[in-house]
Design a protein around this ligand. Sequence first.
Ligand SMILES: Cc1cc2nc3c(=O)[nH]c(=O)nc-3n(C[C@H](O)[C@H](O)[C@H](O)COP(=O)(O)OP(=O)(O)OC[C@H]3O[C@@H](n4cnc5c(N)ncnc54)[C@H](O)[C@@H]3O)c2cc1C
Length: 286
Amino acid sequence: MNDKYIAPEMLSPNNLSQLAQMMDRRPKALLIAGGVHVLTRQDSELFLLPPEVIFLKQVSELSRLTRNDRMLEIGACVTLQRLFEQAQDYLPAIVIYALRNIANVAIRNQATIGGSLAISSYRSDLFLVFAILGAKVEIRSLKDGKLKKVKRVALIRLVREGFLILDSQDVIVNIRLPISDWTNWQFLKLHRPFSTDKRSLVIVIVARVEKDIIHSFHMGTLVQGRYLVYDYTLDAQLIGRRYPILQKDMLFFQNLLEESLDHEEYVMTDYVRYTLISVAMKFLRG
Ligand SMILES: Cc1cc2nc3c(=O)[nH]c(=O)nc-3n(C[C@H](O)[C@H](O)[C@H](O)COP(=O)(O)OP(=O)(O)OC[C@H]3O[C@@H](n4cnc5c(N)ncnc54)[C@H](O)[C@@H]3O)c2cc1C
């Protein structure tokens, strides 16, 4: 029986330039932020890691949390709990609500924002919330031994099955989240998120209403932890309307919503369709 266990080489860079050097020399190394996903996805009794592991949590640039008038810049290794505790005066209420509903404090103290967006097998609640709120992710790729090549990806553009595709040369450095005053919002998480359960559903709706007029509206849904459903038509039609929506316009919006849910049946099951329409129409009724 071959039960030899060779301990992996564990590296812990302090800054981006050290990280770049380590990644350059070990192109197959696994990056670990909080390690929650990596740990909980182990399916053997013996905890297994690849031969080379790079821990990101000590990288100073990845732990920054700053803001200006328009946005919060969240380092990829900021933990869910730290974001909640240190930025709650600036975070949109829906983010605070979503964070508080993820697992428990122990896990939130460990799991990072970057790790929550980078998972390649499912999308988290935060992926949906951040996407709907217009967040952009800054990714740096290794080139000539340096992490210099910068790419900014708006999460909302990754609709349907577009995961954040990272290769082993890419690192999420930070996430830019616009600071907006969403006056009305709804967050609903049903059944087991991230599971293949056909009823697994997360719905996020945000609106900015001033003097009873809708100035901005976004609604997105995450089905089975994979499929991001988002349609601009509803947003465009709602801007400038009175809120709550007038009774005489309700049928128009219900039809519009039904048309926008034109997805494959394995994504948009009757249950998902019914729940989505009920939640959205209730929101529009105020
Ligand atoms: C019991 C339990 C319940 C949970 N419930 C929820 C929930 O309801 N909603 C929710 O949203 N989350 C939930 N989570 C957390 C979520 O599922 C992830 O496990 C967690 O957010 C991952 O973050 P991490 O920092 O630990 O990532 P890690 O495990 O460190 O990394 C995850 C993946 O991302 C890559 N990665 C990490 N950081 C970077 C980076 N900066 N650049 C490039 N690649 C990177 C890693 O290589 C790895 O492939 C739950 C977790 C547990 C254990």
